[in-house]
Design a protein. Sequence first.
Length: 494
Amino acid sequence: MNNFPKIKQRLLHALLVTTLFLSACDLEASAEKPVSTPTSNIAPYSFAATPLPTRPTYKPGELVDYNAQNGDTIPALAARFNTTVEEIFQANPQIPREATTMPPGMPMKIPIYFLALWSSPFQIIPDHAFVNGPTVTGFNTSAFVATQPGWLKDYRVYAGGEWRSGAEMVDYVSINYSINPRLLLAILEYQGGALTAAEPPVKKNLLGFTRRYWENPYLQLVIAANTLNNGYYGWRTGDLIEFEDTNEIIIRPDPWQNAASVSIQYYYSRLFDGEKYAVAVGPQGLFLTFEKYFGNPWQDSMIIIPGSLQQPQLQLPFPSDQTWYYTGGPHTGWGTGEPLAGVDFAPPSDKSGCFIADDKNFSTAMADGLVVRSSIEGVVLDLDKDGNERTGWVIFYLHLSSKERAPLGAELKTGDKVGYPSCEGGRATGSHVHIARKYNGEWIMADGVLPFVMNGWVTHNGAREYLGTLTKGPSIVTACECGDAFTAISGSFP
């Protein structure tokens, strides 16, 4: 490990953690992670609904017109159009090599390499209608549900340690997963008559997910939210470009699709096939339900991720005079699978397992900000200080003890105490702090064109979730739950 010029010093730090073994956090839900599937089962759908226009067969490398959409990046576009990053740059010399996100609406030429059986080009909802972002500001879920005659109005469920109404259940899932409550309500109505039917259509597995002990509407909605996020962020990164329906038939989203529409396609592919699937993702499916209750979302041109987005300067989430341990590389921000937005750090200790960190080992504000949420489900630091978690950059902290946790409304400076690492909130077998970023309600991947950068340390994915590295010049820190000397990172490292 010749990349560690201070290895002897770091080995001394290991003496403090010889018994430290930390589990990376396991956040609430369990849902399968989307993976690209083999092509041996390809077969066309027979759509009963009015067919939408299909794409022509393009010549290899043919340049096609494309207008950049919300959150587009060159690597993701290359994956979706079956081309390469280099070819896109060559076809669009106006785009700088260091570009992050594409400006929505920007005309582009993309070399396309045709793949058979691209699915419907119908776009279901825009991305702003998917995330719990700016367009949700001012929407009152409880007030809306109270005006509807369906069973959700009188429903109550025990969720997150307390009894909640049906509307509160929706908000709870919406906030944790950062998914638009209108979308969750539309799904509950489309599949379960939540806004119109006097009683749910079935007693168990309302949304169709057959998982033991996950049978009530709340837990069904948790699985749904997790699945939606898996699809949305899988398309956003370019890692999810095809998947199978319940009949093991390949679905390849149209390369011109947006992330929210692919998320819904992916979600219904977990539940349906054939005509039932085609209707659900077509103009007469979920879109019609959404439009009925909330209007046509495409009439709002709200941009969630602007072009050339840059992360603000951030510090490591612990005091600058301390050395902590990088125990979890990129993994989910909340739930399981995508989005791989979170990373974990553990404080120095001679203890193992779950404990509240010592008084001096507190997690800190990574930038100036306003605390807009503070509970067992996490602390949210709002960097633009407008008091709205749904707008601008925010930092999400999880597993902070209730002991001296920064209160709602506290205005913090960089380096101020946010709270003490523990195992509170979600499942964890060792005390640590989990951190993630959001912008306008969208989780931002820890690796990619906008990597998580802290004190100049750049985050990189590993071979699987929780692995990966932090790099700064020639120095490399490798994530490991073991909390050994090779995971040590100093807040004052130059």
